[in-house]
Write a protein that binds this ligand. Structure first.
Ligand SMILES: *Cc1c(COP(=O)(O)O)cnc(C)c1O
Length: 221
């Protein structure tokens, strides 16, 4: 099936409150262009050099979302144009985003990444540490050039559907509680090709789908 028909299929399938982030990492600009021609405007990337190159080459009404682990020394390259950073996983990174957003003369929307998966290889805040930070009004006020849009998370890498649902449920519960503390919270980013259906059932507003749209990634390039 073509990329364009996959985009159409997802648009038809996803419920009203859930938007599609087409994850185009490792796929060429031509693949993004094909999805764009089918009406897709939100694309997810996880490497700074790659998103900068695609931003320069492709139409300017594309909304680029950064979804990978972001090194502080690279924030400056995406600060002028990035639409949403899903993967803010430390206070240190937040401080750098604040600095670079101020320099670029804009506010940068972000999601705070929460680690619920049963793996120690992933990045993110614990629900306990993030809950404490958000409860502190002075904390958010330190970042006037950052718009706190919500949270992002990944489920455990497993075939155990009950485990995946429990992870998404925990993220969703935390999101509902955090919304009471942070009025700008509207987005809950969870769900990938293998588990997005469960994520949608648990309340995801942004699903990040790569493989099911663009096919397998070739990491050798
Ligand atoms: C690569 C990636 C995705 C897309 O994964 P697929 O399984 O190809 O849909 C989603 N989220 C994050 C954070 C990723 O790095």
């Amino acid at each position: 099936m073509s990329i364009a028909s996959k985009i159409n299929e997802f648009s038809a399938e996803l419920p009203q409150g859930t938007r599609l982030v087409a994850v185009s990492k490792y796929h060429p600009a031509s693949a993004v262009a094909e999805a764009y021609s089918a009406g897709q405007r939100i694309f997810g990337e996880s490497h700074v050099q790659e998103v900068v190159a695609k931003y320069e080459e492709l139409p300017k009404d594309i909304q680029w979302h950064f979804i990978g682990h972001l090194q502080t020394n690279k924030v400056k390259f995406i600060a002028p144009f990035i639409s949403l950073i899903h993967s803010v996983d430390s206070e240190h990174l937040l401080a750098e985003i604040e600095k670079q957003a101020a320099k670029a003369g804009r506010q940068i929307p972000v999601l705070l990444e929460i680690l619920v998966a049963q793996e120690d290889t992933k990045f993110g805040f614990s629900t306990e540490s993030l809950g404490a930070l958000l409860a502190d009004k002075g904390f958010l006020a330190r970042f006037p050039h950052v718009v706190f849009k919500g949270i992002m998370g990944m489920a455990s890498h497993t075939d155990d559907m009950a485990r995946i649902r429990a992870d998404f449920h925990a993220l969703s519960q935390f999101f509902q509680q955090a919304k009471a503390l942070v009025p700008t919270f509207t987005e809950l980013s969870m769900g990938m090709s293998g588990d997005y259906k469960i994520a949608v059932e648990e309340g995801s507003t942004l699903v990040r789908i790569g493989t099911s749209i663009f096919g397998e990634r070739d990491y050798s390039k």
